[in-house]
Design a protein around this ligand. Sequence first.
Ligand SMILES: Cc1cc2nc3c(=O)[nH]c(=O)nc-3n(C[C@H](O)[C@H](O)[C@H](O)COP(=O)(O)O)c2cc1C
Length: 227
Amino acid sequence: MLQLINSVKSSLVTKLFKLVYLYCFLHFVKKSIHMSELSDFLLKRRSVVVRNMAEPGPSNEDLENIMRAGMRVPDHGRLTPWRFLVIRGDARIKMGKILGEAFKKENPDCINEQVEIEEERFIRAPAIIAVISRTNPEHKIPEWEQILSSGAACQNMLTAALGMGYAAQWITEWYAYNEDVKAALGLKSGDRISGFLYFGTLKEAPSDRTRPVYEDIVSEWNEPASL
Ligand SMILES: Cc1cc2nc3c(=O)[nH]c(=O)nc-3n(C[C@H](O)[C@H](O)[C@H](O)COP(=O)(O)O)c2cc1C
């Protein structure tokens, strides 16, 4: 009898716990659904080009939250096919030297002024996150989907930073594809750079750029296309 009472008690506690959890979850979803500011923000958000960035960069706490947002992306098979590398402070100057050397190697006829521009790329913003796409091509989840997840991580971090009021831009430039730069960043064979996310404080409000025409992009499928 005592055993039966205990078992009923424990199942009641479990049910209660599940109900409370469901209530909290619905409350969160409801709050999110009513967050029309989020959709307003998404409809208007825009990147801030790196030349319009100034000090300071995101605080440690904000930077961590930006990366936590980057980790919270759709990831088929839970493969976590991305890594984030923070570059700030003096590390930016060291990266600049690496860029300068790599640039000279790629462009043996370049002039000093060009090398200087390359050396200064990473000091254009206070903080940079290199987003690395690290896939497992042998896995049954198509590699394409693993790469897409890394793009989603970039976009989530960009949106999170912009939403916090920072200036942010997603850049690749030439050095995302340079083997010496990739080696200096510690990339493994097969790794790709999805982008360098530059973060800072807004120096100048961005004007919007021309956006695609909705009707050119969106259509509705009703029947098989004729071949
Ligand atoms: C993968 C990727 C790489 C990019 N690389 C560069 C780049 O090297 N240089 C650049 O000026 N913009 C680059 N952009 C574009 C900017 O990040 C951004 O799209 C542009 O500034 C307008 O941004 P917005 O639509 O968020 O306002 C890149 C975008 C993506 C998605």
